[in-house]
Design a protein around this ligand. Structure first.
Ligand code: NDP
Length: 252
């Protein structure tokens, strides 16, 4: 097999949770371009239908499923119903910046349930089939907060640090079943989730100055990472977190 052929996802089925917009949608496009049949999930039928139509308009094989990843029974129903899944991208996530002296139980519960607990049960559900077939790959969307502290992000940072730990734990536990588990940690990317930061000009100037490559991330900057880690080109890589951050972390 040539080296370029190893990057092909032809014949694979990928699921991207939270694939209706932002990073998840960009990852779904990249996987589909590499040949995978893609299922995206989201909570709202209308935005889901729009995103699926956009993928199909680009000539991709795509379908959508309504799924709230905080609902474990719904995860089981939705992902089991899909049949064989070769690639799972645990992307669905939320962030709410809140001073820790004010954070309440509801905030902690929603962030942990979405970003960490949901990711685990999605992984567990697809891993049962992957283990039977002795093959599959899972990618968890981590964050700079998997590695560094950010004020006001105690719950979010805990969820993403937990996700990095989950990545390492599952990678060791499921390696014998042929399942690779890795993480992608985007740096600063402007999406609906982070839009509020980009309205602050002083923040934008200060942050840009701290990124060695001199700019914020563009969604297509994540395409190579997700295709690579999902593909046979990465067949000996598991338990790793790939930071796609323009060098931000290296400069701290
Ligand atoms: P967006 O808010 O733009 O998109 C989030 C996606 O997740 C949407 O498709 C949303 O769909 C879905 N979602 C949210 N909650 C749930 C839920 N309970 N069940 C199912 N789907 C849900 O965020 P981003 O694209 O910015 O972020 C994507 C991932 O990347 C997240 O995990 C985030 O933490 C991570 N990340 C983002 C960074 C950035 O700079 N943007 C940096 C580092 C990490 P819907 O609302 O329709 O359900």
């Amino acid at each position: 097999m040539t080296v370029m052929a190893r990057f092909s996802l032809q014949g694979k089925r990928a699921v991207v949770t939270g694939g209706t917009r932002g990073i998840g949608f960009a990852l779904a496009c990249a996987l589909a371009e590499a040949g995978a049949a893609v299922t995206i999930t989201g909570r709202q039928p209308a935005t889901l239908a729009t995103a699926v139509a956009a993928l199909r308009a680009q000539g991709h094989q795509a379908e959508g499923r309504v799924l709230d990843v905080t609902q474990t029974a719904a995860i089981r129903h939705c992902l089991s119903d899909l049949g064989e899944v070769d690639i799972l991208i645990n992307n669905a996530g939320m962030e709410q910046i809140c001073p820790s002296l004010d954070a309440d139980e509801a905030l902690w519960q929603s962030i942990i349930d979405t970003n960490l607990r949901g990711a685990f049960f999605c992984a567990q559900t697809v891993a049962r089939g992957m283990a039977q077939r002795q093959g599959g790959t899972i990618i968890n969307l981590c964050s700079l907060t998997s590695a560094v502290g950010v004020p006001g992000a105690a719950a979010y940072g805990s969820s993403k640090s937990g996700l990095a730990g989950l990545t390492r734990a599952l990678s060791t536990e499921w390696a014998a079943q042929g399942i690779r588990v890795n993480g992608i940690a985007p740096g600063y990317f402007e999406t609906e989730m982070t839009a509020v930061f980009y309205q602050d000009e002083a923040w934008v100037r200060g942050m840009q100055a701290r990124i060695p490559l001199g700019r914020f991330g563009e969604l297509e900057d994540l395409a190579g990472a997700v295709v690579f880690l999902s593909s046979p080109a990465a067949r000996y890589i598991t338990g790793q977190i790939l930071y796609v951050d323009g060098g931000y972390l290296a400069a701290i």
